[in-house]
Design a protein around this ligand. Sequence first.
Ligand SMILES: [Zn+2]
Ligand SMILES: [Zn+2]
Length: 429
Amino acid sequence: MPTAVKKIYQAQSFAINAEKNISLLIEYQCPQCGAPALLNETDRLIKCQYCRVKSYLIPNDYCRFMLPNNAPGNKELLFFPYWRFKGIFFAASSDGITHRFLDISYQAVKSSLFPVSTGLRTQALKLQFVAPGIKGKFLKPQISIHEVMKIIDKRSNKDAAGTIFNTTHIGESLSLIYAPFYLGKFLYDAVLNKPVSKQAPDNFEIESIPEESPAWSMQFIPTLCPHCGWDLEGNRESIVLICRNCNSIWQPKQKILKQLQFACIPGQDNDNITYFPFYRIKVAVNGIDLSSYADLARIANMPKIIQKDWEKREFYFWALGFKAGPRSFLRIQRDITLSQPQDELKKSLPASKIYPVTMPISEAVESLAITLSSFIKSGTKASALSKIKIKPQSFLLVYISFDKHHHEYIQPKYRVCINRNMLSHAGNL
Ligand SMILES: [Zn+2]
Ligand SMILES: [Zn+2]
């Protein structure tokens, strides 16, 4: 295949959208009163406009959506699965750290018969949750999302300059999208009601793909504190809910809300203060000495004279508990990790405003190696960097106070600054 043709083919097979921050829209019904409503793919806390009841959405593992169809009534629908991933891909190489936005869909069953991606239709149409009782054949995914991400990494790596020693994805929105088709003389796209190719399909190929019944359902639970029954606080995208009454925070875990340990580094509570969530993560690092503040000072080549007691000060990674744009994300995480906050931790919620947790700990952990690359002294060999392994051991969610200024939130002591404009854009990575 000539290179130019190959490139086009590759680009198409990923349907990478140049436009960022396009969120899928999903039609659903209020679990309380049945009123029709619309939500964004990242929404978790939902308030019904009719009955005013709040409910919290818990996906099983990832969301399963389907595209609406326009097929003639007598046709049996065939739902073909696509993985859909949206987020930022980071690559650390000998030339520095690069990033790119990814918004892709990819066949979850390898087939030359079906379109290689969902194309742009997912953005133009309102999706629905797949639920039990939907008629049609649901083809079972044969390729895991893990394999798809590996392929994406490989292709993304090819574009990057220098020797890559680390890659990661953050801000992930991962779902399985079923696109409807039906068989006639040809294979028809049931969204557009048009044949997908001019060739008659080989029915055998479709028959050979295993199917499964749509047994998944979304779980909506009430937003009441399991401990004291108080109304829990959060915003649309919160993955952690707060009870101001009994001073506890809650996170969904396998269909129920579980209590999460947290702490707070208090500032002076007033109207001008907002608390931002961070994960303080204890790690075991292999391939480089990084267990104390003194190690950090050496690794990051800090212009400081290493004090004796620094050798005993335990090192922690500090990761963002909220979404931020790629540059801010790395910078904030680097600055706060280099600061290594030492202040006393309090186990109570502050009275001031609290910024919602929107970044899961699983992703925060994924981002540590790239954070390390952002502050490790220059001249460190890529071969040495690629051998570093970071193993998370435990974490604590810590709220830190920031002062609100005209354009940014500032933490004066740790010298961390969060751009306000960036936050308003980062909600939907
Ligand atoms: Zn309702
Ligand atoms: Zn409570």
